[in-house]
Design a protein around this ligand. Structure first.
Ligand SMILES: [Zn+2]
Ligand SMILES: [Zn+2]
Ligand SMILES: [Zn+2]
Length: 531
C-alpha cells in the first residue's frame, strides 16, 4: 500500500527533475503509512478515516458499536434514533438499545455468493435483480440465497458521475440510483442542463466516514492527500471530515488542475473552518517556476477559525502570489488552540489587507506595478506618503497607519527570506530598496493617545455623575481610578497603607501592577485626590 493512486503510476525515480514533475514531487512526499491510517483506497480514490480518529474528525453516533455520522446535539444517528423510538427509549437510555450492527464498509455487495453487484439498499441485502427474483418467488432472503438456481451476477459498471464510487443501477444504465434522481431534479431546474458537465462536477453521495477524491485531477488528489498529511503530522490540527469533503467538492466543481487555482468563498462554501493550510511543499523545497495564469483566478483562502482571506484586491501577479506563499508559510505557525477561536487567521487577513493597500499604491505607476524589477525606493516612499496622507485626512487611524507600515515590512522581509526574489522565482529582481525600513515605521503613539482611554465625552459624564454613586467605597474607588488611571483590580487590591509621602513631601500611591508583574509601584498623585 504505497501508491497514491492505483492507476499504475510509476514510482518516482531518484534524481528526477522534480520542478517539471509536481505530481511526482508531491507523491514522493506522501507517506504510505499515513495513507493506510486514513483508509485510503487507491483504486476507488476514497478516503475512509477510522471513526474516532483524533485529527480527522466527524460526529460519530454515541450508541455502542455504531459508527454512523450523527450531526446535531443529539449525538445519535438516524438509524439508532429509529431503533430507540421503536424500543420506546429516550435519548439518555441509548445504552439500553443494544449494540448497533457492525459498521458497514461500502460498497456492500449482494448477499448472493460471489454476486458482484451492490445491494439495492441496506435492508434489501440483495442487488436489485436478485431482490426482484426473490420477491417473484415469494421466499425469504435466507431461503433465496441457498437455492441452487440462483446465479451470481457480474458487477455493473461504475456510475457515470466522476465523483461517484458506486455501481450503476442497471447494467445498461449510466448512473447509480441517487445520481439518476439528482440528474432528474437538476433537469427539472434547468432543461438545457449540460449532462457532461453534470457528470464531471456533481459531488458523490455523502457517506459518513468516506470522502471521495474521484473526479479530481491526479495532481489535485496528491495535493489534498499531502495537505491532509501535513495537517495531521506536522501541524497536528484537527480537520473536520465534512469540511474536507466540502473542499474536495469545490475543487471538483471548479475543475482545477492544481489547488493553487482553487477559489473559495461565496455561496459554494459551507463548514466553518479548515482547508489544509499548507498546500505548498516544504519551505526547503525549491519553488516551481511561476505558471502563467489569468488575472481572473485570484483566489480566496479559507483559513482555520476565522473565515476567508481574500487575495483578490492584490492586482499585481508577483505580489499576489508572494502574499499567498507568505500566508501558506505563516498560517501553520499560528496554531489553533483547542476550544478557542484563534486570532491567527485574523492576523493573516490583516497583513494581506495591508499588502492590498500597497498594491493599490503601486497601481498608480504606468506599468501598474506588475514588474517587480522596476520597483524601488521611490515607490515605497509613495506608499508610505499615501499612508501618511490617509491618516492626515482622517481616513485611517494613526494605529492603522502604523500597523500597515509594520505588516508590509514583515511580509516583504519574509518574501525575501523565503527566496521568492531570487531569479526564476515569482518576485524575481524585486528592487533591493523596495522595502520598509525601521525608520519608515512611524513611532508608536503614547498609550494615552492610542485609544485605550475612555473617550473624553464619556469621562465628562462619568465625572459629572460621581455624586450619584451610593456606595462610598465604590465612589472612592471610581474617583481614584479616574485620577490615577489604575486598573480596577489594582484599586481593589490597594492596601490600607497605600498612601505614603515621598521624600519631597508629595503624595504617592503605592500599588501592585499585576499585569506587568511590577509590584510596589509608586505613582505620584495630586494633593486633591487623597482623602
Ligand atoms: Zn447510530
Ligand atoms: Zn446479486
Ligand atoms: Zn453515482
Amino acid at each position: 500500500m504505497g501508491a497514491v493512486t492505483g492507476s499504475g503510476r510509476p514510482a518516482v525515480a531518484a534524481g528526477r527533475d522534480h520542478a517539471a514533475d509536481p505530481l511526482g514531487r508531491i507523491t514522493a512526499m506522501i507517506d504510505a503509512g499515513f495513507l493506510a491510517e486514513m483508509g485510503w483506497d487507491p483504486d476507488r480514490l476514497v478516503l475512509a478515516p477510522p471513526p474516532g480518529h483524533r485529527l480527522v474528525v466527524r460526529p460519530v453516533c454515541r450508541v455502542e458499536g455504531c459508527s454512523n455520522t450523527a450531526p446535531g446535539r443529539r449525538g445519535i444517528c438516524a438509524a439508532c434514533g429509529r431503533r430507540l423510538s421503536a424500543a420506546g427509549l429516550a435519548d439518555d437510555q441509548a445504552e439500553l438499545v443494544g449494540r448497533a450492527r457492525r459498521p458497514r464498509r461500502l460498497p456492500v455487495l449482494c448477499l448472493v455468493a460471489r454476486c458482484g453487484r451492490e445491494r439495492a439498499s441496506g435492508p434489501a441485502a440483495l442487488c436489485r435483480t436478485h431482490a426482484g427474483q426473490r420477491d417473484a418467488l415469494g421466499v425469504t432472503t435466507a431461503e433465496f440465497v441457498v437455492r441452487s438456481d440462483v446465479v451470481a451476477l457480474a458487477p455493473n459498471g461504475p456510475c457515470a458521475v466522476a465523483a461517484c464510487p458506486r455501481q450503476r443501477r442497471h447494467p445498461d444504465g449510466l448512473y447509480c440510483d441517487a445520481h439518476q434522481q439528482r440528474l432528474r431534479a437538476a433537469r427539472r431546474q434547468d432543461p438545457r442542463l449540460d449532462e457532461a458537465h453534470f457528470r464531471r462536477t456533481e459531488p458523490a453521495v455523502g457517506v459518513g466516514g468516506q470522502v471521495s477524491l474521484r473526479g479530481l485531477a491526479p495532481l489535485v488528489v496528491a495535493q489534498v492527500l499531502y495537505g491532509l498529511q501535513q495537517r495531521c503530522r506536522l501541524e497536528r490540527v484537527q480537520t473536520k471530515e465534512a469540511d474536507l469533503r466540502c473542499v474536495c467538492d469545490n475543487l471538483r466543481r471548479q475543475q482545477v488542475t492544481t489547488v493553487d487555482d482553487h477559489v473559495l468563498g461565496g455561496a459554494t462554501t459551507s463548514g466553518s473552518s479548515v482547508l489544509p493550510t499548507r498546500w505548498s511543499p516544504m519551505p526547503a523545497e525549491p519553488s516551481p517556476p511561476p505558471r502563467p495564469r489569468s488575472p481572473a483566478t485570484n483566489g480566496t483562502w479559507r483559513c482555520s477559525g476565522s473565515g476567508t482571506v481574500s487575495f483578490d484586491a492584490i492586482s499585481q501577479r508577483w505580489l499576489r502570489e508572494s502574499a499567498k506563499r507568505w500566508a501558506a508559510d505563516d498560517l501553520p505557525r499560528r496554531r489553533i488552540r483547542p476550544g478557542r477561536r484563534t486570532g491567527g487567521g485574523l492576523a493573516v487577513r490583516h497583513h494581506v489587507n495591508c499588502v492590498a493597500m500597497l498594491s493599490e499604491a503601486l497601481r498608480a505607476r504606468a506599468d501598474r506595478g506588475e514588474n517587480p524589477g522596476a520597483l524601488g525606493r521611490t515607490d515605497m516612499e509613495a506608499f508610505l506618503n499615501r499612508l501618511a496622507y490617509l491618516e492626515s485626512a482622517g481616513r485611517i487611524s494613526g494605529d492603522a497607519r502604523l500597523r500597515a507600515a509594520r505588516e508590509v515590512r514583515a511580509v516583504l522581509g519574509r518574501i525575501r527570506a523565503m527566496g521568492l526574489t531570487r531569479p526564476g522565482q515569482v518576485a524575481a529582481r524585486l528592487g533591493e530598496d523596495f522595502a520598509v525600513g525601521r525608520d519608515d515605521v512611524p513611532d508608536t503613539p503614547e498609550p494615552a493617545e492610542a485609544g485605550r482611554a475612555l473617550p473624553p465625552e464619556v469621562m465628562r459624564q462619568l465625572c459629572a455623575r460621581l455624586g450619584d454613586i451610593s456606595s462610598p467605597e465604590m465612589g472612592c474607588a471610581t474617583e481614584l481610578a479616574i485620577a490615577t488611571g489604575r486598573r480596577p483590580e489594582e484599586i481593589c487590591d490597594l492596601p490600607y497603607d497605600c498612601l505614603v509621602r515621598d521624600d519631597d513631601g508629595g503624595a504617592v500611591l503605592v500599588f501592585d501592577n499585576h499585569k506587568a508583574n511590577r509590584l510596589g509601584r509608586r505613582l505620584p498623585i495630586s494633593e486633591a485626590t487623597p482623602r
